[in-house]
Ligand binder design. Structure first.
Ligand code: AFP
Length: 332
């Protein structure tokens, strides 16, 4: 099969469909190149002196790993000179990073979780990078307010998984495409031209240790899955939980499933961040034919009120997400 690179894919979108401008193409290529660099750092493991804690905390009050800080620095440095961004926001930075005055300012806002799955870094389990792209509203300062747009306003979203192979999953609103990093060429090569999610599944992903904290609709759904063939679902279910959203979502894109990190009595607003985890993943999942809600509302319809706000997340197989969401409405 002819090898189509990320660059060729983006140039053809720009030329044929016009849904990707030269600036957006540059943005995606710069982020992909930064992911290559992060993948390289991650792969060094204990030999690279990049494991363990950084001795600092992020805005969420969470201890930062060295790789959290490295990944954030790589992405900021890669993106600030290109002239494609008005500003960028990150899980690792309290306020948006303004583009230094020595560089031209562009039309896009980039949001990112530079290293998702930090708790897995030191145990050699897949981690990744998540990013989301918005347009900066005309004539406004690229401050926090400019970022507070619903997920439906995204122009692109993607995530990289640093696993046995490094993959990049991307949407610009024309379906979902998967690329795999060819380390010899240093290029992302298209390995799936049209990722689609089956509506049904027999595999769920949730952190079961939170069971005592769950709200009744989640308990109802999981109990029915656990009841298996003789229960109301009439089939057995399998469970997976990697605790790196990028890895769990990639698996769902590859073989189906439902992913849930609902709000509960411990995570009263949810655990995952709306702007740079839930929104990009929801955009990608919907583009692949799946669905994403917070139990009640479509994730992409949620009007954010704060850059780092959290949200409950139920995403994946459309019929399953609709079932869980229906259970929430019935429980009201
Ligand atoms: P970290 O980046 O702090 O490890 O959090 C990862 C994450 O945001 C998401 O990637 C996982 O799905 C979820 O948290 C795992 O949460 P638990 O550790 O509570 O299972």
């Amino acid at each position: 099969m002819k090898k189509i690179t990320l660059t060729q894919y983006l140039i053809e979108l720009q030329r044929n469909k016009g849904c990707v401008s030269a600036e957006l193409r540059l943005l995606i290529e710069v982020v992909a190149r930064a992911c290559k660099r992060i993948s390289h750092e991650v792969s060094k493991g204990a030999l690279g002196g990049v494991l363990g804690g950084a001795g600092t905390e992020n805005i969420q009050g969470e201890a930062q790993k060295k790789l959290d800080v490295i990944a954030n620095e790589v992405l900021v440095e890669a993106n600030e000179w290109g002239g494609h961004l008005a500003a960028l926001a990150s899980e690792e930075m309290e306020h948006p990073h303004q583009i230094p005055s020595r560089y031209p300012r562009g039309e896009f806002l980039l949001l990112m979780d530079p290293l998702d799955g930090s708790s897995n870094i030191d145990v050699n389990v897949s981690i990744g990078t998540i990013f989301s792209v918005l347009r900066c509203p005309e004539g406004v300062e690229a401050n926090e307010q400019a970022f507070l747009q619903p997920g439906s306003a995204q122009v692109a979203a993607g995530f990289a998984v640093y696993g046995p192979s490094t993959v990049l999953v991307l949407t610009v609103g024309r379906g979902v495409v998967e690329f795999t990093l060819d380390r010899e060429l240093g290029s992302f090569i298209m390995t799936e031209a049209n990722v689609t999610l089956s509506a049904d599944t027999q595999e769920f992903a949730i952190n079961m240790s939170n069971m005592r904290n769950w709200e009744s609709p989640i308990k109802r759904y999981i109990d029915e899955c656990l009841a298996g063939k003789t229960g109301p679902r009439g089939k057995d279910f399998n469970m997976r939980w990697v605790a790196s959203m990028v890895a769990d979502v990639f698996r769902i894109m590859a073989r189906g499933g439902i992913f849930m990190y609902p709000k509960d009595s411990k995570h009263t607003a949810g655990r995952l961040r709306l702007m740079y985890e839930a929104n990009p993943m929801a955009f990608i999942v919907e583009q692949a034919g799946g669905a994403a809600t917070d139990g009640y509302r479509r994730i992409l319809d949620i009007q954010p009120v704060a850059l780092h706000e959290r949200v409950g997340v139920i995403l994946g197989a459309k019929a399953e997400v609709e079932r869980v969401t229906r259970y929430h409405h019935e429980a009201r």
